[in-house]
Design a protein around this ligand. Structure first.
Ligand SMILES: O=C(COP(=O)(O)O)[C@H](O)[C@H](O)COP(=O)(O)O
Length: 335
């Protein structure tokens, strides 16, 4: 008898689609949504046997895993929940998976709050932070500093092509923080007015390299040149255990139309091109657009990585990574 395809509940598919389309975005938020989706899978699984339940759960985890490759918080969340699926009956498995997903989500929230309190200690009354992209971990530090009664100002990089800087600006304004929004290319000009560069991370490698939104590395290099400290706020689910054994972190490349729409491309193509290359949109026209979503900032440009376990110089993060993840990184969602 051939086994039927394991059933993935529709809510998991729609969470996966929303992550891929970046309606759900940011490493911690993705992890939270993935854990919630696994709980939904457990709740709605039509499985009649423990084996079928586990197959469905693994298939759901694979669907979520395949959405975006760079933020390690996603596989770390899936691994955590799947490891907690325990029991001899479908009912027991269902209950333990849901519990595990809920405890993951609670821990995530606590970690962000604790991290915020630790990061806030680096921020003094009257400081100006310069941000890139939108990071809930980075903003937790600002929020905690504000709660401590410190007045802060922010210079917010727009963050092309998706302009996540607008989300950061909106959040900061909601908290009453004065915001200066700048285009990415203006960052160096504004660094002299900043006391900290404050960013999040999608993944942190064993050597302390920080993988975050494209443009972070250039910002960090320039900040070093201007003498502005770079603070990375990243809870420990951003630690990438595969890098302990020498693996590199995959950098997501996204659709070129995020950078250049078909209409814009059409306006660039010239019918007078000497090679006569202007054709239909999508044809070979000599214009290549690259859209890597993340980059790697080497540890020497990072002053501190702030986690819920304390703050670390990037070079020592490997000790924490070993303690929390060990050397083994299985893929419990594999078929
Ligand atoms: O690079 C991004 C988001 O990229 P994208 O918009 O492509 O998902 C954020 O800085 C990190 O994910 C950290 O965010 P958080 O601190 O919220 O986990």
């Amino acid at each position: 008898m051939v086994d039927a395809e394991p059933e993935v509940v529709p809510a998991v598919e729609s969470t996966a689609d929303a992550i891929a389309a970046m309606e759900i975005r940011g490493a911690a938020t993705i992890a939270d949504a993935a854990a919630a989706a696994l709980a939904t899978q457990a709740e709605g699984s039509p499985a009649e046997t423990p084996a079928a339940f586990r197959r469905g759960l693994r298939a759901a985890a694979r669907t979520l895993y395949e959405t975006r490759p760079t933020a390690v918080s996603l596989p770390n969340a899936l691994r955590y929940v799947l490891r907690g699926a325990d029991g001899d009956t479908v009912g027991e498995l269902r209950a333990s998976t849901i519990d595990r997903a809920e405890s993951f989500r609670r821990d995530l929230e606590h970690a962000r709050e604790t991290l915020g309190g630790i990061g806030a200690n680096r921020l003094r009354d009257g400081d100006v932070v310069l941000t890139h992209c939108h990071s809930t971990d980075a903003l937790a530090c600002v929020e905690a500093a504000l709660e401590d009664g410190k007045a802060l100002e922010a210079i917010v990089k727009e963050t092309r092509p998706r302009k996540q800087g607008h989300i950061t600006a909106a959040q900061l304004r909601e908290w009453g923080v004065p915001v200066t929004l700048i285009v990415d290319g203006a960052a160096r000009r504004y660094l002299d007015a900043a006391d900290h560069v404050l960013v999040g991370a999608d993944s942190i490698a064993a050597d302390g390299s920080v993988i975050n939104k494209i443009g972070t590395s250039g910002l960090a290099v320039t900040a070093r040149e201007r003498g502005v400290p770079v603070m990375v706020a990243a809870q420990t689910i951003k630690l990438h255990p595969d890098t302990l054994t020498g693996h590199t972190v995959a950098i997501e490349t996204r659709d070129e139309r995020e950078v250049l729409s078909d209409e814009e491309r059409a306006s660039i193509r010239s019918s007078d091109a000497p090679d006569g290359s202007a054709g239909e949109p999508g044809s070979e026209d000599g214009l290549t657009v690259e859209n890597p979503a993340f980059d790697v900032t080497p540890p020497r440009y990072v002053d501190a990585i702030v986690t819920e376990r304390g703050q670390f110089p990037p070079e020592s993060i490997v000790t924490l990574m070993r303690e929390l993840f060990g050397d083994t990184t299985d893929e419990p969602w594999a078929e």
